[in-house]
Design a protein around this ligand. Structure first.
Ligand SMILES: Nc1ncnc2c1ncn2[C@@H]1O[C@H](COP(=O)(O)OP(=O)(O)OP(=O)(O)O)[C@@H](O)[C@H]1O
Ligand SMILES: [Mg+2]
Length: 249
């Protein structure tokens, strides 16, 4: 079904070690990954496994110590921070584990901001924002400030903000992390709906129900891909052997 020969995302041998106060944390220890257009991939794994670090590498928010990353077939190794910022505006929507909404901007302004930064006209940004907020059940909250919203509402605003520029790739880190089961069902329904329209999604989640909405589930353990499986039960080609994960192409 792909109209492009290149995967949306391709990573080879990504490595990232954090050097903090304590011993170095080997968060990502050699990850090979390909994500095809339209695919919905869930990444699960225990706390501290390196899931957020991997997602940050995939979105250019952190740089790998070694390894390479391609977006739509284009190598990003020489991208500057400024170039990454432009690519994120155009190509990648990111939902952070802890929302990162701008606390002194209204819900409407939080959602419109990435569109305005990308050069979309104010009228168009407003129309996109109205449509997304309606779709996410947030009509009437436009003028609220993030601090006045529940955790679930903030998470949905973060999702709207990530999607406002129609990014080919959505990276979402625990988008239902602080939600109850109703909120989790809502986020699951939303992501499923966007996926149904062709949205490519890479999602980190602890939640088995949310993961089960994906086409493919990657188990991440101790900085590595421990398992990679299509959800219909078919084992992923190459998983656990070569470490190169390339499915159905
Ligand atoms: N900025 C940092 N400085 C130092 N160590 C870090 C930093 N960020 C992450 N780490 C360490 O890297 C490892 C992986 O962290 P990461 O946040 O990627 O895990 P995670 O799988 O997302 O966990 P969780 O499920 O709790 O969100 C952990 O040992 C963590 O302590
Ligand atoms: Mg995390």
């Amino acid at each position: 079904m792909s109209d492009s020969p290149a995967p949306v995302l391709r990573a080879e041998r990504l490595v990232k070690t954090h050097h903090g106060e304590g011993a170095p944390a080997h968060a990502v220890r050699g990850v090979d990954l390909r994500v095809r257009r339209g695919e919905f991939v869930a990444i699960t794994g225990p706390s501290g496994a390196g899931k957020s670090t991997l997602l940050h590498l995939l979105g250019g928010l952190q740089r790998p110590d070694s390894g390479s990353l391609w977006l739509d077939g284009e190598c990003t190794d020489d991208y500057t921070e400024a170039r990454w910022a432009v690519e994120r505006r155009k190509r990648i929507g990111i939902v952070f584990q802890f929302f990162n909404l701008v606390s002194n901007l209204s819900v409407a302004d939080n959602v419109e901001l990435p569109a305005l930064l990308a050069g979309v006209s104010p009228r168009r940004a407003r129309a996109e924002r109205e449509e997304l907020l309606a779709e996410l059940g947030l009509t009437g909250k436009e003028r609220s400030m993030p601090g006045e919203l529940s955790g679930g509402e903030q998470q949905r605003v973060a999702l709207a903000r990530a999607l406002v520029n129609h990014p080919p790739l959505l990276l979402a880190d625990e988008p239902a992390g602080s939600l109850d089961s109703k909120g989790t069902r809502e986020v699951t329904r939303l992501l499923t709906r966007f996926h149904g329209r062709g949205q490519t999604i890479v999602l980190v989640t602890h939640d088995a129900r949310l993961a089960s909405a994906a086409d493919r589930v990657i188990s991440f353990f101790d900085g590595r891909i421990a398992d990679d499986a299509e959800l219909d039960g078919a084992p992923a080609r190459g998983a656990g052997t070569s470490g190169v994960l390339e499915l159905r192409d």
